[in-house]
Design a protein around this ligand. Structure first.
Ligand code: PMP
Length: 397
């Protein structure tokens, strides 16, 4: 039977990793796959996570299934982190949530739920958006459309065009927003732009769907939640997918959160039953381990402080690397103004160079990143930044 299926080409990012491994150039640089890396190119287990693992080792006495919604401590801790301790939504119990297998799992469960509400639901995604949004939402049956977001020529957000497009979005349509650290561009809305967007959501009645995969990697854990919290306090209904892959470094443990903010407590309990039923139809119970670790970290003041310090270290390192890259490009006499890289947030930047230039960097200088010109800032290091700037300078000349 299966021979009737067409063979699909490998994912471009995974293909890039394979090519990087085969490259013998000792000065090769990998700015492809989106994982945080330290100065030595490693992605170590966070100290807070190691300490939580020791606690869990002592505490866990069974491997019996956890509840369908996941660890309640994890869910409550995450909701506080996302929505803020003083959230009126939490006070009014207007929220349904489950622990999900990663941010991807959360996106998929929520997509399935939106299809249950209305199989013809249209989701508007930014142009560009994270490539996986398409299969995660589209394969569930949602119709995807794009709104203008980023202009490569000026390396900035096309906010007016974005708003003009969203003004025409129908009530009941869904608008997917990146809570912070937009993937792939690194270009985030300002607080004033979030204010205007939230006002439009209230006026037009579209459903905001906020994907939060990098909280703490932009300006800070609280600062990065500005848009999400504003929307949560402004609109009646909101959908949130969150991931602990990056800010807790728990990638392979697959830990995320799917949440629905509803107009009242009664609707929240309906949504809770539906979201659990969706999850039951896909994988039944969530994996326990990663959520248990995050629960331990968030509930213990000392451990939470260790974690917050580590998040700040990752964030500060990426901010420093952005600056170093821009300074080194200036030192190399590059004409193009790359100062926009310093304004962008989180782990990614679009360098806004042409695909042929990206390929030149790969072929002539062993610098690997995807053709869109998205680079993983965390793949830069004090040791390779000058080599990288020279390679870019050579490519642009
Ligand atoms: N959303 C965005 C925008 C992402 O970049 C990612 C991770 N790359 C995710 C969601 C989900 O991540 P995960 O499933 O690894 O938690």
């Amino acid at each position: 039977m299966f021979e009737t299926l067409p063979a699909l080409s490998p994912d471009p990012i995974l293909g890039l990793s394979a090519a990087f491994k085969l490259d013998n150039n000792p000065k090769k640089i990998d700015l492809g796959v989106g994982v945080y890396k330290d100065e030595h190119g490693n992605t170590p287990i966070l100290k807070a996570v190691s300490q939580a693992q020791a606690v869990l080792q002592e505490r866990e006495s069974s491997k019996v299934y956890i509840t369908p919604q996941g660890h309640q401590g994890y869910i409550d801790g995450m909701l506080n982190l996302l929505l803020g301790e003083g959230s009126s939504v939490l006070k009014d119990k207007r929220v349904a949530a489950v622990q999900a297998p990663g941010g991807c799992g959360a996106l998929r469960i929520l997509a399935e739920l939106l299809v249950r509400v209305n199989k013809d639901t249209v989701v508007w995604v930014s142009d560009p958006t994270w490539a996986n949004h398409m299969p995660l939402l589209g394969d569930a049956g949602l119709t995807l459309k794009t709104y203008p977001y980023f202009d490569k020529d000026s390396a900035s957000i096309k906010f007016d065009e974005m708003m003009d497009c969203l003004k025409g979005v129908k009530k009941g349509d869904v608008v997917l927003l990146h809570g912070c650290c937009h993937n792939p561009t690194g270009a985030d809305l300002t607080n004033e732009q979030w204010d205007a967007l939230a006002a439009l959501a209230v006026k037009n009645g579209f459903l905001p769907f906020v994907d939060v995969a990098y909280q703490g990697f932009g300006d800070g854990l609280e600062e990065d939640a500005y848009g999400l919290r504003l929307l949560a306090e402004s609109v009646d209904e909101l959908v949130v997918a969150a991931s602990c892959s990056k800010n807790f470094g728990l990638y392979r443990e697959r830990v995320g959160l799917a949440a629905i903010l509803t107009k009242d407590e009664k609707t929240a309990s309906i949504a809770q039953s539906q979201i659990q039923s969706v999850a039951r139809g896909i994988y039944s119970m969530p994996p326990s381990y990663g959520g248990a670790l995050v629960d331990i970290i968030l509930a213990d003041e000392a451990l939470r402080n260790v974690w917050q310090t580590e998040v700040a270290e990752m964030r500060d390192r990426m901010i420093t690397l952005r600056k170093l890259l821009v300074d080194n490009l200036v030192n190399q006499g590059v004409d193009k103004d790359f100062s926009f890289v310093n304004q962008q947030k989180g782990m990614f930047s679009f360098l806004c160079i042409a695909p042929e230039q990206v390929q030149h960097l790969r072929q002539e200088h062993s610098v690997y990143f995807v053709d869109s010109s998205r680079v993983n800032i965390a793949g830069i290091s004090l040791a390779n930044v000058e080599v990288l700037a020279k390679a870019i300078a050579d490519t642009l000349k």
